[in-house]
Design a protein around this ligand. Structure first.
Ligand code: ADP
Ligand code: 5GP
Length: 187
């Protein structure tokens, strides 16, 4: 069967991962799309759970074979992408796919899947909130925060290319809105 696809995108720190995890608890028919990437595996991460970790050569090989629905070189030699086999794996189980990807990946996925996909942009209340949230998450070095913030302004300008925008100010409100939007789309 062909299921549906729900895409959550935002600048880093806006809260998309938090919202997607919440939705996975509320909707048992959703399953998370595990991306492939070629960056180093971080402490605590697991193959097949956080990402399918590939070498740069393995990743390029799969690009050539046309195995990706979408892919991107986010930083030099750091490739990220969605494998067609991942979407098919989830659909085969009779589930719908939910994605947590950056805005370029989100826009590309929506283009590929059209009306079968719902694309949602998570909007932070301000740029300052983004930076504070990234700092409070305690996963980033000062350099990686600066790099992420450097991309954020451009990324915020892509919000109007998404089907829906959720303002993530009070998290409880964002959860409720996300639940409502997903419910409407699945029915
Ligand atoms: P993203 O996946 O978009 O990079 P995360 O979901 O990891 O963002 O959220 C970034 C940080 O901000 C996390 O520490 C998260 O707990 C926190 N956060 C998310 N939403 C809110 C909110 N509405 N108010 C305050 N903090 C939030
Ligand atoms: P990180 O290295 O912090 O896990 O992720 C780096 C960036 O890659 C994030 O902006 C994340 O959203 C993006 N990313 C993760 N998976 C994918 C994917 O499948 N496709 C695209 N285009 N970007 C992705």
């Amino acid at each position: 069967m062909e299921g549906k696809l729900i895409i959550f995108s935002a600048p880093s720190g806006a809260g998309k991962t938090t919202i997607v995890h919440h939705l996975l608890k509320v909707f048992p028919d959703l399953e998370f799309s595990v991306s492939a990437c070629s960056r180093e595996i971080r402490k605590g991460e697991q193959y097949g759970v956080d990402y399918y970790f590939l070498s740069v050569d393995e990743f390029k090989d799969k690009i050539e074979r046309g195995e990706f629905v979408e892919w991107e070189e986010v930083y030099k030699d750091n490739f990220y992408g969605t494998l067609r086999s991942e979407v098919e794996r989830i659909w085969k189980k009779g589930k719908h796919v939910i994605f947590d990807v950056d805005v370029i990946g989100g826009i590309n996925l929506k283009k590929q899947f059209g009306a079968n996909a719902l694309s949602v942009f998570v909007m932070p209340p301000s740029i300052e909130h983004l930076e504070n949230r990234l700092k409070s998450r305690e996963t980033e070095t000062p350099e990686s925060i600066a790099r992420r913030m450097g991309k954020a302004e451009q990324e915020l300008k892509t919000a109007n290319q998404f089907d829906k925008i959720i303002l993530n100010d009070k998290l409880e409100h964002a959860f409720e809105e996300a639940e409502r939007i997903v419910e409407d789309f699945l029915n």
